[in-house]
Design a protein around this ligand. Sequence first.
Ligand SMILES: Nc1nc2c(ncn2[C@@H]2O[C@H](COP(=O)(O)OP(=O)(O)OP(=O)(O)O)[C@@H](O)[C@H]2O)c(=O)[nH]1
Ligand SMILES: [Mg+2]
Length: 481
Amino acid sequence: MKNMFDTICAPATANGTSAIGIIRVSGKDAISIVNSCFQGKNLNQVPSHTVHYGFILDESQVFTEEISSNKPLNSHNNTLIDEVMVTVFHAPKSFTTENSVEISHHGSPYIAEKILEVLMHKGARMASPGEFTMRAFINGRIDLAQAESIADLIAAENEASRQLALNHLKGDISDEITTLRDDLLNFTSLLELELDFAEEDVEFADRSALISLVSNLESKLTSLLDSFTYGNAVKNGIEVAIIGKPNAGKSTLLNALLKEERAIVSDIAGTTRDTIEEVLHINGSAFRFVDTAGIRETRDVIEEIGVKRAKDKIASAKIILYIFDEQDSSPDEIISFVKEYWRKDLKIILLQNKIDTIQGVDNLYIEAIKSALMPAYVQSYLGISAKEKTNIDMIKHELTEYVENLKTSEGTVITNQRHYEALKKSRDSILKVKVAITNKIQTELLAYELRHALEHLGEISGEFTNDEILGNIFGRFCIGK
Ligand SMILES: Nc1nc2c(ncn2[C@@H]2O[C@H](COP(=O)(O)OP(=O)(O)OP(=O)(O)O)[C@@H](O)[C@H]2O)c(=O)[nH]1
Ligand SMILES: [Mg+2]
């Protein structure tokens, strides 16, 4: 980890031309460093949370002359880099809790670079990725789960992930974990007290109360863990594979869903050979649609690879849109396909395509499929025309409903794999504690398992952490965050 006492600087806005760019400076000397290359006002004397107009002075100027910050504004132009607004924050009321300055300059990458050069000449160093947020964490302004939620918030691309990230930033995970930990800590202390009085054979920690606490914890941890299915879906999008025989209309359907001609459509069976993936946001949730090669026996080596990829997609997808043409698929074919690929955590939607080409509905056909598969294997059967875009909205409605059903009862939703792992380990320890109590195991072992559970819970908020974990988390942030 780099020195936490350095004053750091970095652009806070994306690299590229824009109306305004912001450079962030944080650390003990942030204000004096910026002041030493600022012309307009003495920043060392301004109150916190105030904005000031002035100029950033050129590096050569900074070097050759003692700068008086109260110099008149009409100095020679080539000594000035840019006209800026600076915002001053005094410790501890800043994002990092350190003295901080934000310089708003004209949004040219060249100007940003020049200003950073000057700041570095004056003693600041370039921040590493996520270093501002890491300082906020190390200085105790936010916990680790909140720090991670900042990265999630920046990455949020739809309404649901924005909402969850904001809840996390506001501390919903942290609050929940703190409550769980406090209860546990209380008991662990009582058990450890018993150990101190081991000779006397006393019981400070009421075992039946401990059992009910442990059961309570177990169910809370389980519901947090369950929420990850939804949380993960929101954060990473839900994979939806479009599967079917060649010419069923898979690519036409992808195009209809996306409302653009993304995939090549033709009446030659075997048109799509590779998988084609596109993200579509429906009612605030992200779906990753994958168009695949039509599944059939083939001697064509390339097509065979495509078919293999399609089958891999069935394995990784959460939802399958199985699309078929009545004139080209018997009920038996469809039934045996579904039975072959069905798994408990997979939703299969059957789409009878090309309804624009059929005269009247063949009830026997539909009934044969429905009676064999519904509701055990399949919950929805829709008639569509991908070409005419008939009933595409019904597919979208089914997908939205899927997301709604994933939502567990209201409450905290886990979106982070690291939290999920830590919660799982906590629950494992809690289950061991439960067994230990029932078997009237030694207090010492009981206390040991409880400590473990506490540590795993503490990993989430960052109470128990190490440089490697921190490096891993903050290294993925952008510079300037
Ligand atoms: N009438 C009608 N034709 C359709 C419909 N959907 C697709 N087609 C036609 O069916 C043919 C095959 O469509 P594709 O979308 O390329 O089928 P695919 O499943 O992607 O086929 P492969 O990539 O070869 O596996 C094309 O000629 C489409 O125009 C539909 O709803 N109605
Ligand atoms: Mg295709």
